[in-house]
Design a protein around this ligand. Structure first.
Ligand code: NAD
Length: 245
């Protein structure tokens, strides 16, 4: 359930905001009162997300931004454009931009490997770094950076050696960022979705999805807006980072 004022006056940035999970995050943030920057490489889908957002009546409005998270120049431009519109960096950032290019290890090309790692891992690094630098240099002492990992990064998955590696990588990125940025009041966390119905999973063959679904105790795929309705069997640490490893 959305709490209409929970994020009131918070400026939030969502990469991959044009589709699937990123779009659902933008919609939830807007419904909780936040100003949302919908950032995506696909301008048209970012605009579609913008059109679906609840109006930010008391805040400073929402915006879209075209960004390629794999490019430092593009990410720097994104942060500059946010700061020139809102006069502050985003205090909440969700790294949801991601891609798949599946193939079995024996067949996967170097390019397929590099491309997926570049978007999912390097992209999350560049955005996390740019947001953290902007927060630290403006003297803010409050921030939250959330990276969308994947359960596949933890357990592996047939045909996804590139994707699984990138998603294991973002867990390391998030933990390290958490250790380094805690002293600036910036929290960093990673969420690990299972199989969630989005344009990304539309590419997965039906028989693979049916097989996966049969392994899920809840008996169904998740939906981007499920919220805690698709969280079960998880141990979520609430420790201030103690014993993070
Ligand atoms: P999606 O394909 O619906 O959305 C991904 C978005 O990222 C798209 O709008 C796309 O344009 C954008 N994007 C791609 N490359 C980009 C780039 N270089 N720069 C900026 N934006 C870029 O996929 P989704 O299922 O919503 O996935 C969102 C995140 O969740 C991804 O990181 C994905 O790996 C992760 N995830 C998804 C699932 C799932 O089952 N759907 C499971 C676990 C994790």
């Amino acid at each position: 359930m959305a709490a209409p004022t929970r994020l009131m006056s918070r400026l939030t940035l969502v990469t991959g905001g044009g589709s699937g999970i990123g779009r659902a995050v933008c919609q939830r943030f807007a419904s909780e009162g936040a100003s949302v920057v919908v950032a995506d490489i696909n301008e048209e889908s970012a605009n579609e997300t913008l059109g679906s957002l609840q109006r930010d009546l008391r805040g400073q409005g929402h915006m879209t931004a075209v960004v390629d998270v794999t490019s430092k120049e593009s990410v720097t431009k994104l942060i500059t454009s946010i700061q020139s519109r809102y006069f502050q960096p985003p205090s909440v950032c969700v790294n949801a931009a991601g891609i798949t290019q599946d193939d079995f290890l024996l067949n996967m090309s170097e390019e397929q490997f590099d491309t997926v790692v570049r978007v999912n891992l390097k992209g999350s690094f560049l955005v996390t770094q740019a947001v953290a630098q902007a927060l630290v240099s403006c003297g803010s002492n409050k921030g939250s950076i959330i990276t969308v990992g994947s359960i596949v990064g933890k357990v592996g998955n047939l045909g996804q050696v590139n994707y699984a590696s990138s998603k294991a990588g973002v867990q390391g990125l998030s933990r390290t960022a958490a250790k380094e940025l805690s002293r600036f009041g910036i929290r960093c966390n990673c969420v690990l979705p299972g199989f969630i119905t989005t344009p990304m999973t539309d590419k997965v063959p039906e028989k693979v999805l049916t097989k996966m679904q049969s392994l899920v105790p809840m008996g169904r795929m998740g939906r981007p807006a499920d919220d805690s309705g698709y969280v079960t069997g998880a141990s979520i640490e609430v420790t201030g980072g103690l014993f993070m490893g």
